[in-house]
Write a protein that binds this ligand. Structure first.
Ligand SMILES: Nc1ncnc2c1ncn2[C@@H]1O[C@H](COP(=O)(O)OP(=O)(O)OP(=O)(O)O)[C@@H](O)[C@H]1O
Length: 620
């Protein structure tokens, strides 16, 4: 059986309803540490807000003054001292200056903020990657890969958008809004008050639509994760899909999820459009109001036509930041959803940790005395359950001596692979403990533990990249060491016959190699690390007879003076091991040499007889 088991069936279930949401402010606070590195740049972009807003806010005032000049109404005192042409020229230059300030400063601010946004996004992406790769195997049992990919890719992207154009944009809209409010109230309070009062229903609507949009958006992201999971699963399992003619069936399933996704997206579009339309409408009503009330004031001589013109422009500009906020709001809400989902993932506990006090951690080799070889494995009353109370390993208690070769045998699902997963600390025992050379494996740093134990699975994963890197896996080994390992595992000749030898690039998952070649590479990968304990989980099952002969020879070399645990369904391949442990439903029911177990006439003997019978029938 494969080392990493298939996902439990409930994995593809419909998304769980969203958890109770965290307060938006608390979500933003979670991001604050990420801004630390960019503090200076952020400060600069905030400082630029004021000149940009003031320059924007005085433009209607300048236009109003120009109209007052043209109509010979009261204007600013120093304008009245000038001729009409001088006054208009002065106002035109002033307007130009405000435009230039706005263009230059906003562009600079935009550039700075994009940089900060990208920096923060990169940090979050990195943290997520590091965190995800540190999570235990049980987390991956319950989380579809597509969901993780969505979080690292599109959720982080949505977060980046918030920073790149949203966060400071909203702040700048707010500052602009406040500066305009102060300006208009100092110009004419009745008209200003009317404009201000119109903002109250708008705010109410924004809050309502914000909530609706947020809900819909959370579902959109969940459905997108489902969509990606399904896509990923179908691509990974494309052979099965095609061999079993599941194309149409899977396509129908995909259509259902796709439809659900589209329906959720429709909801977000509805709320998004509703808010823009409402704002547009309220903005127009506000201008009509200003015209009506302002017209009366002009007739009564309370204000000049210049001031009224300025107010009409302000009417639009006051709603501009709100309209822009509404536009960004979509992105902002998507960003909040993204932060929520990302922080959910970041707060996923790392269950398997290195010992607290790292310095005190011991490596198994350290305690081996000179006359001892090392590599003793001891399971001490080990119980283990993937799901609470459903024990798949029950009270296992055995010792494997240094250098001993032990085979694990038992029917499917007996718990053989689980034993190995516990030994490598991919999972922790529910009860009991596992000792390596007398040390609890929880006290051994994981890096050392994994170096001490070399595991070869039935199907080894190869990465896209060259052959050498697939053997070294990024560690510091010389080409000679790589060659030596390849020679030991009989794959050297094959590699050297390739056009680029050790630099030959493998496609993703080693798609350009045969199953046997992949397996031989996996052997080399372990051989170069010279582990004390060797674990083979059905490692030779996928090899043809010729390759197996090659491997058998390599194995003999590899197994010399090493402790080894071998899982093999073909019992003929494990006859020569020192001891066979027979498992049934998680319990150790027999142990001994091949001959001794045959004499016992227990489960092993009947399994062996069955296999021999099968082989004889095949031969006849
Ligand atoms: N990730 C998992 N989550 C839940 N249950 C699991 C998981 N992996 C395995 N199991 C269950 O644990 C039991 C033991 O599985 P294990 O893979 O250890 O068996 P095995 O003896 O290696 O089987 P095989 O001979 O088929 O490889 C099985 O009943 C299996 O269904």
């Amino acid at each position: 059986m494969a080392f990493f088991p298939p996902p439990p069936p409930d994995r593809q279930d419909r998304p769980r309803p969203p958890r109770p949401r965290e307060n938006d402010w608390r979500l933003i606070l979670k991001l604050l540490p990420y801004t630390r590195r960019s503090r200076k740049l952020l400060l600069w972009s905030i400082l630029l807000l004021l000149p940009v807003s003031v320059a924007g806010a005085i433009q209607p005032l300048i236009i109003g003054q120009a109209i007052s000049l043209l109509r010979s109404e009261a204007a600013w005192p120093y304008l009245e001292k000038m001729t009409l042409a001088q006054g208009l020229n002065f106002l035109a230059v002033l307007l130009l200056v405000t435009i230039i300030i706005r263009v230059i400063f906003s562009a600079t601010q935009g550039y700075i903020i994009q940089q900060v946004g990208q920096d923060i996004t990169a940090q979050v992406r990195q943290d997520l990657f590091t965190h995800i790769t540190s999570l235990s195997a049980s987390f991956f049992d319950r989380t579809p890969v597509g969901r993780l990919v969505t979080r690292i890719a599109s959720d982080v992207e949505a977060l980046g958008d918030v920073f790149a154009s949203g966060a400071i944009g909203v702040l700048s809209d707010f500052v602009y809004f406040v500066v305009i409010l102060i300006t208009i109230f100092s110009l004419q309070w009745q008209l200003s008050l009317m404009l201000f009062l119109m903002l109250i229903p708008v705010t109410g609507l924004i809050i309502y639509f914000q909530q609706q949009y947020r809900k819909a958006n959370y579902q959109v992201r969940e459905e997108l994760s489902q969509l990606n999971s399904m896509l990923q699963e179908n691509v990974m399992g494309i052979n099965v899909v095609q061999l079993f003619r599941r194309e149409r069936f899977n396509s129908d399933m995909f259509r259902t999820i796709n439809k659900r996704y589209r329906m959720e997206v429709d909801k977000t579009i509805f709320h998004d459009s509703a808010i823009s339309a409402t704002l547009e409408w309220v903005g127009l009503v506000a201008i009509a109001g200003v015209l009506g009330l302002g017209g009366i004031f002009v007739v009564k001589g309370m204000i000049t036509l210049g001031t009224l013109s300025a107010f009409i422009l302000y009417g639009r500009r006051l709603f501009d930041p709100i309209r822009q906020f509404a536009d960004k709001f979509t992105m902002f809400q998507a960003g909040f959803t993204a932060i929520e989902r990302i922080s959910e993932l970041l707060s996923e506990p790392i269950e398997i940790r290195d010992p607290e006090i790292y310095q005190n951690a011991i490596s198994p080799g350290q305690i081996i005395s000179n006359n001892q070889q090392g590599g003793e494995i001891r399971f001490e009353n080990v119980w283990f359950a993937y799901k609470a109370h459903e024990y798949v390993l029950k009270n296992l208690d055995f010792t494997i001596r240094p250098g001993e070769k032990v085979a694990l045998v038992g029917p499917t699902g007996a718990g053989k692979s689980s034993i190995i997963r516990l030994l490598c600390r991919l999972y922790e025992p529910t009860k009991g403990r596992i000792l390596l050379d007398g040390i609890d494996i929880r006290d051994i740093p994981q890096a050392q533990l994994r170096r001490y134990i070399g595991v070869i699975l039935q199907e080894s994963f190869l990465f896209a990249g060259d052959i050498k890197r697939n053997i070294t896996l990024g560690e510091d080994y010389s080409l000679d060491q790589v060659k030596e390992a390849a020679q030991l595992t009989n794959i050297n000749q094959f590699i050297e016959e390739l056009p680029q030898s050790y630099d030959t690039v493998l496609r993703e998952r080693g798609a350009n190699l045969s199953g046997g070649q992949k397996q031989l590479l996996a052997f080399a990968r372990v051989a170069i690390r010279k582990p004390r304990v060797l674990v083979l989980d059905e490692a030779t099952a996928s090899l043809d007879v010729g390759t197996e002969a090659l491997i058998q020879q390599a194995l003999e070399e590899l197994l010399k003076e090493r402790t080894a645990i071998i899982i093999a369904h073909r019992l003929s391949t494990i006859r020569d091991v020192d001891r066979i442990l027979v498992l049934k439903r998680g319990e150790l029911i027999e142990q001994g040499s091949h001959e001794k177990l045959l004499e016992q006439k227990g489960l092993y003997a009947s399994l062996y007889r069955l296999q021999m019978l099968g082989a004889a029938e095949l031969l006849s």
